[in-house]
Design a binder for this molecule. Structure first.
Ligand SMILES: Cc1cc2nc3c(=O)[nH]c(=O)nc-3n(C[C@H](O)[C@H](O)[C@H](O)COP(=O)(O)OP(=O)(O)OC[C@H]3O[C@@H](n4cnc5c(N)ncnc54)[C@H](O)[C@@H]3O)c2cc1C
Length: 559
């Protein structure tokens, strides 16, 4: 019997992030993954601003930058053209905010990097923590929940050996076809399938030099014959090609790619796979000591690059809460708040991704768009106008990426009870309870670039005094924390803008950099510290319990 604190099922980016977060918090976990997860699967290429902020918190943002196949300076343009060798229609510069510029709004730029490289970096960092054990080629078979924890049965897929594990908690980070979700009988709610797609990874020596559109992270090819998206993936002339599944069904894929590019180039196909677009969220994320994170509880189209990134956010939210509970300072409602906080974020992002799905390449094609005639010119102008109008929110979505604030939650100040949803393309810093803390660069000369976020504690609550420290206030909050055993850091960064940015003299920041409370009254800060740690007075309207639904089950062909 192997004993651990958290058993994580699934070694994708979300399971790895959870293991890493638990390791950072000093907890023990065992992560098991059925496959070796080597080789390139054509999944995430966008690691967004928020994920890289969290990676900075894990001390791996620089490592990820170093793993970048084309360097972080590579221009993150998204170009729309009829073909790679065709006519340009429109372009977006600095898509996803990948440019390595110092921006007041965030601590880290985004990055264009294949998912398998992100996973390498996450895996390497997770393995550095003594409490974290990673085991590949190992599968969860079954488990039972006892009064004290989870008794799980695993199978070593190389030897066929059975492995018994006892853990306090079990987390299903096991993807779209989640075994954990299935065994719990938790249904996915929503619509599926929305559409079917096909992805190809191919090698084409010298392709980057064979066209005149300049460097970009994606080329959207808007033509009636083979509408598609082609994107540089990795060094060694590796590219990805994505199109509707129907387009490729009976075709010679090499010829299809050449036609889409409008270039007679060498194409060697390395891998192909189908994927389905869904609009699904799990009806529950928790059953007793078992939780769901990542694709196991939300599935949506990849346009906008949200799936992995949102799952990394799940891992941090659940990770610090599990750790606080295991350390004994997390109160009874802390773990309940995971689903309460994350579900509205998931719904928002799923809907946003479905909006983006409405404007894929083949839907942007206008009649005559390739014609060399005045009518063709007019069609291209109309296509360009439509692209600029509809696609910006896909590549410029800080309002979703860092503007997402948690709503009513048993561990947040009452301010969070009033929903706050930002426009996708218009992020406005907000310091209300539930929001990701507004970012600021400080001029205190710290080695890591003086981000305010570097001053927040990663495994404790942070009380930030924005107008300088009042010793009596600090002493009162420190005494409350000590009595309740809540780890607390108190900071008073020297920056005149903070009081204005946070609109309060005292701010309680959680280990995940979200604001639990802000105000001016130290006695309120003491009460809110207890609430933020999950010891608040019960608020019955904030519960994860929902009556069982008799509604029709959505078609669950999850690929
Ligand atoms: C074409 C495409 C492009 C995408 N682009 C982006 C993007 O740019 N940005 C972005 O953020 N997201 C993107 N995504 C989404 C992203 O790939 C997923 O959201 C992400 O992989 C989900 O990670 P996960 O760890 O939750 O699940 P997965 O990556 O699916 O990992 C789950 C793991 O669990 C393992 N497992 C399952 N059952 C068991 C069991 N019983 N025992 C042991 N192991 C088990 C599986 O083998 C699997 O390895 C894209 C997806 C697609 C299809």
């Amino acid at each position: 019997m192997f004993e651990t604190e958290v058993l994580v099922i699934g070694g994708g980016p979300v399971g790895l992030s959870l293991a890493l977060e638990l390791g950072l918090q000093g907890r023990r976990c065992l992560l098991v993954e059925r496959h070796e997860r080597v080789g390139f699967a054509p999944r995430a290429k966008t690691t967004n601003v928020r994920s890289r902020e969290l990676m900075r918190r894990w001390d791996i943002a620089q490592r990820l930058a170093a793993a970048s196949p084309f360097g972080v300076d590579y221009p993150s343009n998204v170009v729309f053209a009829t073909r790679l060798a065709g006519r340009e229609l429109a372009r977006f510069a600095n898509a996803f905010y990948c440019a390595p510029l110092r921006d007041e709004r965030f601590a880290e730029h985004a990055q264009w990097i294949p998912q398998y490289k992100v996973e390498d970096v996450l895996r390497g960092r997770a393995a550095e923590f003594r409490g974290v054990a990673l085991r590949f080629a190992t599968e969860l078979v079954d488990w039972t929940e006892t009064a004290g924890g989870i008794d799980a049965r695993l199978s070593d897929l190389c030897t066929g050996e059975r492995l018994d594990v006892r853990a306090a908690y079990l987390v299903g980070a096991d993807g779209a076809r989640s075994t954990v979700r299935e065994k719990l009988g938790i249904r996915m709610e929503g619509r599926s399938p929305l559409s079917q797609h096909h992805n190809i990874v191919f090698r084409s020596p010298g392709l980057a030099q064979r066209h005149a559109l300049g460097p970009a992270v994606m080329y959207w090819l808007v033509n009636p014959e083979v509408p598609a998206v082609v994107a540089p993936l990795d060094t060694g002339d590796l590219w990805t090609f994505g199109c509707p599944k129907l387009t490729i069904a009976d075709a010679n894929p090499e010829a299809m790619i050449r036609a889409a590019l409008g270039l007679d180039v060498d194409v060697a196909i390395l891998s192909r796979d189908d994927w389905t677009a869904h609009q699904l969220v799990a009806e529950r994320y928790r059953a007793g000591r078992v939780f769901l994170v990542g694709d196991a509880c939300h599935l949506h189209p990849p346009f906008g690059g949200y799936g992995m990134n949102m799952g990394i956010g799940d891992a941090v939210d659940l990770g610090w809460k599990l750790a606080a509970t295991l350390q004994g300072w997390g109160g009874p409602v802390l773990l309940d708040s995971y689903e309460i906080e994350r579900r509205p974020i998931h719904r928002r992002v799923v809907d946003e991704a479905v909006i983006n799905l409405g404007y894929t390449s083949h839907k942007l094609v206008l009649e005559g768009v390739e014609d060399v005639t005045p009518a063709g010119e007019a069609a291209r102008s109309a296509a360009a106008a439509q692209i600029l109008d509809t696609k910006r929110r896909e590549f410029d979505s800080l309002g979703v990426v860092i503007g997402a604030a948690y709503g009513a939650s048993p561990v947040l100040g009452d301010e969070a009870d009033v929903p706050q949803i930002q426009e996708a393309t218009a992020y406005a810093p907000s310091a209300r309870a539930g929001a990701r803390a507004p970012h600021a660069w400080l001029s205190d000369g710290t080695a890591r670039g003086a981000s305010l976020f570097d001053h927040f504690a990663t495994n404790a609550m942070t009380l930030m005094a924005t107008r300088g420290l009042v010793p009596d206030a600090a002493a009162a909050v420190r005494a409350t924390a000590a009595d309740a055993g809540i780890p607390l850091a108190i900071i008073a960064p020297r920056n005149e803008r903070l009081a204005q940015l946070y609109e309060a003299s005292l701010v309680l920041v959680r280990p995940d950099q979200h604001i639990a409370w802000r105000g001016d009254d130290p006695s309120e800060a003491c009460a809110m510290l207890l609430r933020a740690a999950g010891h608040g007075v019960s608020r019955p309207h904030l519960t994860t319990h929902r009556p069982p639904s008799d509604g029709p089950s959505p078609k669950e062909e999850i690929e």
